[in-house]
Write a protein that binds this ligand. Sequence first.
Ligand code: GRF
Length: 186
Amino acid sequence: MKKVAIFASGTGTNFRNIINDKSLNLDCVLFVCDKPYAKSVDIAKEKNITSFVFNPKDYDSKSAYEKDIIFMLETYNVELIILAGYMRLLSADFTKKFENKIINIHPSLLPLYKGANAIPQAYDDGKNIFGVTIHYVNAEMDSGEIILQEKLTNTENLTLDEVTENIHQLEYKLYPMAIKKVIDKL
Ligand code: GRF
């Protein structure tokens, strides 16, 4: 079993989907969250997963809270960091320290629509190009080497909510596939 940490800031539907997938053979030894009232914190509690939940405002700098995160990752011997809606950019020092050991999911066909609100941005553009990308993480936003990517087109004039739901369903299929691929190389 590979020891993983999952980082999230929001609802945590991908977090739940990953920990519920027994075929991945993961041991989620740590959950990290920068939003004390996020729904994902409740999932970690429900599943009895050790959590490091912090408020960045309580720290003087990014390097100060990342130091605490690193301490937890090392304490629990984490082999892979899975970002699942973690809305903070990791520093260059952090990403270098865990090179090829951090992966992220993004709801667009990268390099298109990096950053927050990727789905509404793509929708408003009207170009009908949606997708999901799983990639390794470096210090630049949504920019590391792509592990898996799938395109989704809106041929039926779906609403933004419907497209968003289809993208999330694709995420639940694709992230476990990408994790399997990465774990085989660890
Ligand atoms: C997902 O759309 C993911 O691609 C993005 O953040 C969202 C997280 O959703 N990085 P959830 O918290 O897993 O429901």
